[in-house]
Design a protein around this ligand. Structure first.
Ligand code: SF4
Length: 412
């Protein structure tokens, strides 16, 4: 029997604050927070920011030269970590947009590279200036990580991103040293595989980052249906690319259920190292729940928590919220929660919506033991290691155990 669900309150940090507080907070978490001062005008149908009401945001006005000087001065007070890439654009306290639509973006990227010794990464659907972007990549080797969001080059492009740059422009962006990785997805027969061949003909060095887009709340049903259709074709599409033997590095990282399966040994050994007892209740999202139910059945009470806040087909322990967990509680007195749930960019022990661990404990009256070993670093680094397309084909698509894993019910 479910207990009454308490109202968990977000810790509001921006109320009554100047927008420069947003800039400072974003920079403190590794972002270069320039702003368009409005919603993203590209209006892609799959955009994960269509409904971002789950977190507190405050959109700064369109960044002025004065704001940029403030940003540069603040950034230059930060120690340089040679491994760190500073991300162009804030997304914790402000809304994610395609910042290359800002008329000064190219100039400011050049400023950043000239007047700091830091590295930069950016994501764009392709609004960069050619040949300028290639010149910058040549002049500052190793300091730019450019992730080009191709999404799809085929017939679904018009439907999904009618205001994005043209195919012709994307080919020019790809033709040179600038792009580090191109991401694009399966939607149907001969979508992802065809795009892989097209891109590889122009650029053999960029990483081909592939998979599917995940439906989340706020998307149109037709868009979610198309994403799910792509998922049904993912295996065959990946095999086509596998057989083509392209020279590029090819990866599948977007599918939580695949990532969990390919890293099953690592997940199981980490679970074993926690030394939990059978009576212990452990919080996890769907895919990890399935893995542990197959390989460590009844070794603890696995509390499967759906990603209700993000909705759609979300399946990610890192993105669970305290409210998601509260909704799943029945008669537990103590639960174990992975540290990754409370490691959002909003600060210590806070989930992605801004709810603190203390608030969760106070309102639910449940005792929480934090599983420190299951942290974001583990999820981001260890779990990504098995993500090559070859590994996906050999250890997932062609592995009969994976078929039974995929059909395993979440209520098992
Ligand atoms: S360009 Fe990026 S931020 Fe803008 S609507 Fe498309 S996906 Fe969203």
């Amino acid at each position: 029997m479910n207990r009454t669900i308490p109202m968990l309150e977000q810790t509001k940090v921006l109320e009554g604050k100047d927008y420069r507080e947003v800039l400072r907070r974003e920079m403190d978490s590794g972002k270069i927070p320039i702003s368009l001062g409005k919603n993203c005008p590209v209006k892609c149908e799959f955009c994960y920011e269509i409904d971002h009401s789950y977190r507190e945001t405050l959109e700064p006005p369109m960044t002025t030269q004065g704001d940029w000087d403030f940003i540069m001065n603040y950034l230059n007070t930060k120690t340089t970590n040679p491994l760190q890439y500073w991300c162009l654009g804030g997304n914790e306290y402000m809304e994610w947009t395609d910042l290359f639509l800002h008329p000064k973006a190219m100039e400011w990227v050049e400023d950043f590279l000239t007047y700091t010794d830091k590295k930069i990464q950016f994501f764009t659907v392709g609004f960069v200036h050619v040949p300028k972007i290639h010149q910058l990549a040549e002049r500052y080797p190793g300091r730019i990580n450019f992730e080009l969001s191709v999404i799809t080059l085929g017939e679904y492009r018009k439907q999904l991103m009618p205001h994005a740059p043209s195919f012709k422009h994307l080919m020019k962006v790809l033709d040179g040293p600038a792009v580090s990785s191109a991401n694009f997805y399966s939607f149907d027969e001969h979508t992802m595989s065809k795009d892989a061949e097209t891109i590889s003909k122009i650029n053999q060095k960029c990483v081909l980052w592939m998979g599917c887009l995940t439906p989340v709340r706020g998307l149109k049903d037709s868009t979610s249906d198309l994403m799910r259709q792509g998922r049904r074709h993912l295996g065959v599409e990946a095999e086509r690319i596998y057989d083509a033997g392209l020279p590029n590095l090819t990866t599948i990282h977007t599918e939580a259920y695949v990532t969990a399966f390919l890293n099953r040994k690592r997940i199981v050994s980490l679970f074993d190292s926690l030394e939990l007892e059978k009576k212990d209740s452990v919080v996890m999202a769907g895919s990890v729940y399935k893995i542990l139910n197959i390989f460590r059945k009844k070794r603890a009470k696995f509390l499967y928590v759906p990603n209700a806040m993000l909705g759609g087909d979300s399946d990610c322990t890192v993105l669970l919220t305290f409210e998601d967990i509260a909704k799943r509680l029945t008669n537990e007195k103590t639960i174990h929660i992975p540290k990754s749930v409370m490691e959002s960019g909003r600060g210590g022990q806070i989930d992605i919506t801004g709810v603190t661990l203390d608030e969760f404990v106070k309102k639910t009256k449940v005792k929480v033991k934090v599983l420190h070993k299951i942290n974001t670093k583990f999820a981001n680094t260890r779990l990504y290691r098995s993500g090559s397309l070859n590994n996906f084909v050999e250890d997932y698509v062609r592995n009969p155990v994976a078929q039974s894993y995929e059909t395993l019910s979440l209520s098992a």
